[in-house]
Design a protein around this ligand. Structure first.
Ligand SMILES: [Zn+2]
Length: 150
């Protein structure tokens, strides 16, 4: 499902599916964070289930947490988060002059609006793409069972 959403975007955004980790269990998300991250902000937000997605420059991985996928609105929310993190991937791999994201762990959480340029850019990109592909995305979310991964 997320792969289909990704394929709607330009090929620069087509990340290796193995680099996308989807969690629908908060505890696994927190444990993964404890093992892989030493970013206290990530762990804290994951614990309180505020984190919706993360992009790590170190291994180019995107982590998506689907904790509140009970309806279509939440499904679209997750896709927007996914697009946001894909934009960080793009910033890191194609826009290195503009955005210096070296050894960064960027996470998107519900509170704490971030005004840094790379976050504003990622938010703008996500809403632009949600609008552009609105029709296709609502078709996809109507038919998809969000309890399965990817
Ligand atoms: Zn971000």
């Amino acid at each position: 499902m997320l792969i289909e959403c990704m394929n709607l975007l330009h090929e620069d955004y087509h990340i290796d599916p193995k680099k996308i980790k989807v969690f629908n269990n908060r505890y696994l998300f927190v444990i993964y964070g404890l093992l892989k991250e030493f970013d206290i902000g990530y762990i804290k937000d994951a614990f309180y289930s505020r984190t919706k997605g993360t992009y790590r420059t170190g291994d180019d991985n995107i982590l998506i947490f689907t904790y509140d996928l009970n309806g279509k609105r939440h499904a679209l929310n997750t896709i927007a988060t996914f697009y946001h993190e894909l934009r960080h991937y793009y910033q890191h791999n194609y826009k290195t002059n503009k955005f210096n994201l070296n050894s960064a762990t960027l996470h998107m959480s519900e509170n704490g609006y971030n005004t840094q340029p790379h976050e504003r850019d990622a938010n703008r990109f996500a809403s632009r793409m949600m609008n552009k592909h609105r029709k296709k995305l609502s078709e996809l979310t109507d038919t998809f069972n969000w309890n399965t991964t990817l």
